[in-house]
Design a protein. Sequence first.
Length: 213
Amino acid sequence: MNILHICANPRPIEESASKQLAAAFFSKLISLNPEITVENVDLYQDSPPPYLSLDGYRRFWMPIQDPAYEPSKKEEMAIHYANKQAEQFRAADVLVLTMPMWNGGPPAILKAWLDQMINPGIAFEQTPEGIKPLHQLRKVVLLVASGDIYKEGDSRDGITPVIHNAFGNIGVTDIEVAWADGQNSQVYTDSAERKQFAVEAAQEIAEDLAGLP
């Protein structure tokens, strides 16, 4: 099994609840199934994605609208990042996304990565019969931390709907979440307990994942 881990948190692990969730998740997973292959990508340190430009958008979508369309050299260059990351993305059976919640949603760098990858020619082909996946993803795991507390289905949650929409469009509906909420210790006196609960949830997801073929 191949796992692609995308980390969208610039803070060091000792300051980052979401990175601590990731550490617990992967420690449990590898201990149970050492044959699993993990590719780690830190968007802040290793491979920051550019925002999708008009040239990039045209390169991805104009050939869909007009099969005779010939992309310019500038348009071809605009999707260099996506092309470079495509093989790694398409080789993953499971995608793990580690992030904090910022201003009600994911960090902009994570959204920029999604805008680069969820495109025709990268994640799928547009056919007359509909979307044909070019990936082999079976599951997406979200490891999230937030200062405030969020109930399931909370209207203030700008992370999980984005992920469900993006990956649902390419046929991935198995999405699990471990969320360390209430991490603002100045407001919530039980922040440590909440983080531990999320760690245990992340480990449970890892246990289930380790048993998959």
